[in-house]
Write a protein that binds this ligand. Sequence first.
Ligand SMILES: [Zn+2]
Length: 264
Amino acid sequence: MHSTTEGLVLREVKFRESDRMLTILTPQGVVSASAKGSLRLKSKLFSACGLFCYSDFTLYEGRNGVYQVNEAQVKKLFFDIRNSVEGLAVAMYLAELVVTLHPTAAEAEQMLRLLLNTLYLISQGNKDLHQICTVAELRTISLAGYMPNIVLCDECETYQGCNFYLDLQTGQFLCEHCALKQGKQPNLDEASLAAMRHILLSENKKIFSFSLAPKSMDRLYHLVRAQVLMVLEKPPKTLEFLNTVLGDHAEPNAQQEENNYASK
Ligand SMILES: [Zn+2]
């Protein structure tokens, strides 16, 4: 059976002499497909099947459930991503996050749009990569159904005006006052909470548009990372590379929170 779909190549693994096994995010979900001969320079599949290529694919479903790419036409190449090792590290990490979450048909199309926007911003090279990564991570896990409730304090319904505490395990959300009463240390300052609400509650086009002081950005970066590590059963393989190239300037508390989940 043949089917035609658009899709973004999230992983390519070479096998045999000139074949690739691809992992493709389509609007219907993540599929595996072999692209025979696609590593030959003369192959019509050569560029359309590369990593982070957004292409139209004609797929043939084999008997074992693995697809085969019959034809592929490039829609957009995010070639500039390879210009910076930091940008590439973020893109590879986000790709692994999406593959691991294995979105349902209902989630996949939005994740695809989000990832395309993210890759575009990375390739532009103008925006802080910590910010791009945090927005994409938080929005991705939210699309997968892990959306923290960060609107009102669970106890007194305070909305703003102080630091807040978000318990990543239980989802408990408390204003500073109620948190301290329960012996918990706030982990979100006002600015990082406002950014978090912006990322989760704005329409797609606006989610990347905000600015945050470095200290608050750092806090949010590590809190969101801790949330991602909690959602996933084990840390993504690409995380080490990401940490190596993006560096780590976390304040000890935020770093500790992330480590708790990374070492689980
Ligand atoms: Zn409260």
